[in-house]
Design a protein. Structure first.
Length: 558
């Protein structure tokens, strides 16, 4: 069975020596150097004799030496000091299991999962022991999977086939399909209800909630899906949890190859209660009703919903923006101080290129709100992006500093900071920010979305440009090659790849990339200039002259 080593667990100990010894002793145990590990543990005992991490590590050492009774005593001691130590409960369960104390092991794993549903080791342990020893005696709660649909016959099989065996019913509300959606849904055994579309997503979703009968609701969109392994884990969490609702991470794929995505967290799982209902004509959520109940949703990190509706991003964007714009205007007319609607409307205008209108809505968010909420966060980010575009760096940094003060773990922040520094020509500082995109622990962010003000292709391309300036040509080439995976026909990128190849001495590929850049954009001045210099350096004067003649023809055509 897997066993996880807990580190400091946020204890007030001397961070230098204790933390170093903790890491060293953990490594010694993993390598089987038990004597060296015991020496570290003795020194740790002198520094923090009542540390749960110390007793947890002692238990891990005993476990590895197959002294399972001693391991149990050590883990129990750790939990006496800190009963809320989820890792300790998981490790105690593993030790109980080694002693064939199955009921005790299961109870310990349940405790660990209750304390921290994100502790994957505990979840996997609980899943394994339930499946092998307690499958028939475990009473799972009933779950109703709900969705609304309109003309979703292509998406429904993916959604409904994954749910089979993991939910007790599927409730679908149709808002006016003219294709085979209803027929497809019925073939999977779903219960179908009909609701006249009134330009109100909450009304349609609440119709599904009225029809559901399960103890828990799992609400999905028709163009989404979950994998069976995650549904299995989710069902286990719901069996033992005391939480009222869960946020799930939704991975929104943004291209047909599923290479890029944005991640957002929404409450998609909640107990079936008449008080929990969707609110808002558009961008509807149940969070408001949870707040009114005095309840909070627990954020899960590794049980995903996969959203496929944005894979054809440009086509979908035109359709969604057109529909959403009108609905958002209606929402604002009815609720002039709806921060989320104002923020979404500002974003909608921004993406349509209506920058002054976007700034008006986004500034209203900042004027109205007294708290730093998600609407304020997105308003700051979008206003910063517009300011960068307009070259107003003072304004951009003011907005980004406001975000950094409250959301230092948000990767999107460092991407935008990098863009600002890059546009200013501050390439070293830009690279510092871009690299932080990868090192920051986004799971510590309180934001409801991450990687949402983002372009992976642009990130890699600009990192490559920064590395070129720094003379790190191999890293530049690697970044440009990664960027090309997102935009194969980008002439700027192809030109940069050519420059990197020249600096690396790969002249054959350099020429190829300069020519590809000109195929993508025959008037690209940098690519043509670079190829011209390249040909002169190679002594190919006639070809260089022909290149200049071609450029003259292109300019005359303009």
């Amino acid at each position: 069975m897997p066993i996880r080593i807990a580190m400091s667990h946020g204890e007030q100990v001397q961070p230098g020596s204790f933390e170093t010894l903790l890491e060293q002793s953990s490594q010694f145990i993993k390598e089987g150097c038990f004597e060296e590990a015991e020496k570290c543990l003795l020194r740790m005992q002198e520094i923090a004799p009542d540390s749960p991490s110390l007793y947890n590590l002692m238990g891990f050492l005993a476990y590895q030496k197959k002294d399972f009774k001693k391991a149990v005593r050590s883990f129990e001691k750790a939990l006496q000091v800190n009963p809320h130590y989820a890792e300790g409960w998981n490790n105690l369960g593993a030790a109980y299991l080694a002693l064939s104390r199955l009921s005790d092991a299961k109870a310990a794993f349940v405790k660990a999962v209750n304390l921290n549903p994100n502790l994957n080791d505990a979840l996997e342990n609980l899943s394994w022991i339930t499946e092998h020893f307690f499958a028939h005696s475990t009473k799972f709660p009933t779950v109703s999977a709900c969705a609304i649909m309109k003309n979703e016959e292509q998406n429904l099989p993916r959604l409904l086939s994954a749910l089979n065996g993991y939910v007790d019913e599927v409730v679908l509300v149709d808002t006016g399909s003219t294709d085979r959606s209803v027929e497809v849904a019925r073939s999977f055994g779903a219960r179908i209800y009909f609701h006249k579309w009134r330009e109100d997503f909450s009304a349609a979703k609440n119709e599904a909630l009225e029809r559901a009968q399960g103890e828990w609701i799992l609400f999905l969109d028709a163009d989404e899906a979950m994998i069976p392994e995650d549904l299995k884990k989710l069902r286990l969490i719901l069996t033992y949890t005391s939480h009222e609702a869960f946020m799930l991470p939704i991975k929104n794929f943004l291209d047909p190859q599923e290479r890029t995505y944005m991640l957002n967290y929404l409450v998609r799982v909640f107990r079936r209660r008449p008080e929990i209902r969707y609110q808002g004509r558009i961008h509807e959520t149940v969070e408001g009703s949870l707040v009114e109940l005095g309840k909070k949703a627990f954020k899960l990190y590794s049980i995903f919903v996969y959203h496929y509706g944005y894979k054809n991003q440009k086509k979908t964007a035109r359709k969604v923006f057109s529909r959403n714009y009108e609905l958002l205007l209606k929402e604002i007319k009815e609720n002039p101080e709806n921060l989320n609607a104002l923020s979404y409307l500002g974003r909608n205008c921004f993406l349509k290129g209506k920058f002054e209108e976007a700034k008006n809505y986004l500034q209203r968010v900042l004027t109205i709100s007294r708290d730093f909420n998600f609407a304020v966060l997105t308003a700051h980010l979008d206003l910063a992006w517009i300011a960068i575009r307009e070259g107003d760096f003072e304004e951009a940094f003011a907005h980004l500093d406001a975000v950094r003060e409250r959301e230092p773990y948000l990767p999107d922040l460092y991407y935008l900071l990098g863009l600002a520094h890059h546009k200013k020509g501050e390439y070293a500082r830009a690279l510092e920010c871009f690299e932080k995109v990868f090192s920051v622990d986004y799971r510590k962010s309180k934001s409801l979305m991450v990687f949402f003000r983002f372009s992976w292709g642009d990130l890699y391309q600009k990192m490559g440009e920064c590395y070129l300036v720094a003379g790190e040509n191999e890293k530049a080439k690697e970044c440009f090659e990664k960027a090309s995976g997102f935009s194969e026909d980008n002439p700027d990128l192809l030109n940069n790849l050519g420059v990197a190849m020249v600096k690396l001495g790969d002249r054959e590929n350099a020429e190829m990339y300069f020519k590809k850049a000109l195929e993508a954009n025959p008037a690209h001045p940098d690519a043509r200039g670079n190829l011209f210099r390249f040909l002169l350096e190679e002594g190919r004067v006639a070809e260089a002259r022909a290149l200049l003649s071609q450029m003259k023809e292109i300019l005359e055509q303009k």
